[in-house]
Design a binder for this molecule. Structure first.
Ligand code: BGC
Length: 432
C-alpha cells in the first residue's frame, strides 16, 4: 500500500487514513528526525525519498514546445508544489509599461523622425514559459503579435528591417492625433555557444550587431529580463540614450533607472523565495499548507492576499508582478529585502532544523544569483532549514543531478531545472 509522508504522519498523530499495514504501524513509533548522516540536522530515516516534500521553482515542469504543464511532476506526491509568478499578468504589465512610456514620451522617442518606433527584443529561452509569456505579452500589447493556432507566435524573428516578417506585424498607434508605426526590428534568443540561455554577454554582443545594422531606427530596447537588459544598457543604450526595459527588478537595474534604464517588473522574488521554503517547512511539520501564507503562524508571519495566487489543480503558487519605473523605483531599491510580513523567526522546538537540497540551474543567472538566492539564504535561517545550495552550469541537467547522489541525506528538495521538460531526471532519482 502506498501512503504519503503527510498522511502517514497524520495517521500516526490522529488516525484518519483507513487500513494500514502492520509494517507502517510499527513505523509510527520510530523517530522521523533520526539522522542517517550523523549531522545535527534532522534527516528522516523513515520516509522514502519519493514521499518527501518537493518544490519546483522558477521553471515550471512543462513541455518546452507546447507549454503544456507536466502534471505528473506537479503531482509527484502529496507534498509537491510549484512556486513561480503569474507569467501572463507580468508579461502584460511589461507590455503596458512600455506602451505607456511610448505614449508619454513620443515627442523625443522617434530618433530619426521617420514615424516608425522601432524596437529590438532580447529573448531569454525559447523553451521557458516565462520567456515565452513575456515575448507574447509585449507583442500583444504593442500590437505587433501574429497568432498561429490561436496562440501568439513567440519565436525570435531574426531581423525585420522592412516589416515583412510573417511572425510579427507592424502595429499602428495613434498618439495625439498622429499615427505611428510600431515595428519589431529584430529579436534573438540570447543563448551562448555552450548552450546557456538568458545569457547577458550574448545580449551585450547582439546590440553591437543590431546597432550597426539599424542605427537610429532603434528607438526602444525590450528584454525578457534585466540580466540581458542591463548588459545592453551598459554596452550601448545608456550612451545612446535609448530607453531600455527589462524584467526582475534586480538591484543593479533599479539603481540604473535614474540613469536612464526605463523600467522593469518586480516578480515579487521576496514572496517567491519565502513560498519556496515555507511550503517545504509546512509539509515537514505536517502543518496546514497555508500556514504562514494565507493564515498567520504563531510568530505572526503571513502574506497579503494580493501578493500571490494559488491554483490548486496546477499545485502552483504564482506571485504577483509590479511595474517599477521612474515613478516608484525608490520603493524597490533592495531586491534582497525580505517580505516584512513574513520576517519572523520560527520556534525551533516546534519547527526543528531539517535538511534541504536546493539547486539553482545556473549559478551565473543574474536574477537567481543576485536576487533569489540571497533571499532564500535569509529565509532559511528564519524557517530553521539547513539548505545545501547547488549551483548548476545552466547547460546540462546532469551537472546538477550528479550532485543529488544521496537524496536520503535530505528531508526535502527544491528544484530549479535547466530545462522545463526534465522533471523526470529528478523524480527518477527520488523514486529509486
Ligand atoms: C527570470 C530570469 C531568469 C530565469 C531563469 C526568470 O523567471 O525572470 O531573469 O533568468 O527566470 O530561469
Amino acid at each position: 500500500m502506498e501512503i504519503s509522508r503527510r498522511s502517514f504522519l497524520k495517521f500516526c498523530g490522529m488516525g484518519t487514513v483507513g487500513a494500514v499495514s502492520a509494517g507502517l504501524l510499527a513505523g509510527c513509533g520510530s523517530s522521523t528526525t533520526s539522522t542517517s548522516s550523523g549531522s545535527s540536522s534532522g534527516t528522516s530515516g523513515t520516509v522514502a525519498n519519493k514521499d518527501k516534500p518537493l518544490v519546483w521553482y522558477n521553471r515550471q515542469p512543462s513541455n518546452s514546445s507546447t507549454g503544456d504543464l507536466d502534471t505528473n511532476a506537479l503531482h509527484f506526491n502529496d507534498d509537491t508544489y510549484y512556486v513561480g509568478f503569474d507569467a501572463t499578468q507580468g508579461a502584460e504589465a511589461q507590455g503596458q509599461m512600455i506602451k505607456d512610456y511610448i505614449e508619454k514620451n513620443i515627442a523625443t522617442l522617434d530618433r530619426n523622425g521617420d514615424g516608425t518606433i522601432g524596437y529590438v527584443l532580447a529573448i531569454g529561452d525559447v523553451g521557458h514559459n516565462d520567456s515565452i509569456a513575456r515575448t507574447r505579452g509585449v507583442r500583444k500589447i504593442l500590437g505587433t503579435a501574429v497568432e498561429q493556432d490561436g496562440k501568439v507566435i513567440s519565436d525570435p524573428i531574426g531581423t525585420n528591417t522592412d516589416g515583412s516578417s510573417s511572425s510579427v506585424q507592424d502595429a499602428t498607434l495613434e498618439i495625439n492625433g498622429k499615427n505611428y508605426t510600431i515595428r519589431e526590428l529584430a529579436s534573438q534568443e540570447m543563448k551562448n555557444s555552450a548552450g546557456a540561455t538568458w545569457d547577458a554577454a550574448t545580449a551585450g554582443n547582439a546590440i553591437g550587431t543590431w546597432a550597426s545594422s539599424f542605427g537610429d531606427q532603434i528607438d526602444l530596447i525590450i528584454s525578457n529580463n534585466d540580466g540581458m537588459g542591463m548588459s545592453i544598457f551598459n554596452a550601448w543604450s545608456k550612451d545612446n540614450k535609448v530607453p531600455t526595459f527589462g524584467y526582475d527588478a534586480n538591484n543593479d537595474a533599479v539603481a540604473a533607472i535614474p540613469e536612464g534604464y526605463a523600467g522593469t517588473i518586480s516578480q515579487h522574488a521576496d514572496v517567491q523565495a519565502y513560498l519556496t521554503l515555507r511550503l517545504l517547512r509546512n509539509a515537514l511539520d505536517s502543518a496546514d499548507i497555508s500556514l504562514g501564507i494565507s493564515t498567520a503562524d504563531d510568530a505572526g508571519n503571513v502574506l497579503e492576499d494580493d501578493t500571490y495566487t494559488y491554483n490548486e489543480d496546477e499545485r502552483s503558487y504564482y506571485a504577483t508582478n509590479v511595474p517599477v519605473t521612474s515613478d516608484n523605483y525608490q520603493d524597490f531599491s533592495d531586491s534582497t529585502k525580505i517580505y516584512e510580513g513574513a520576517s519572523k523567526q520560527l520556534d525551533s522546538s516546534k519547527s526543528p532544523t531539517k535538511k534541504v537540497w536546493l539547486d539553482i540551474y545556473n549559478a551565473a543567472d543574474n536574477f537567481l544569483s543576485s536576487t533569489y538566492q540571497p533571499l532564500l539564504q535569509k529565509y532559511d535561517d528564519l524557517l530553521n532549514l539547513d539548505v545545501d545550495y547547488i549551483g548548476g552550469d545552466g547547460q546540462t541537467e546532469s551537472n546538477i543531478t550528479n550532485r543529488l547522489g544521496n537524496p536520503s541525506e535530505y528531508d526535502a528538495y527544491a528544484i530549479n531545472m535547466v530545462k522545463t521538460d526534465n522533471a523526470s531526471s529528478y523524480t527518477s532519482l527520488l523514486s529509486q
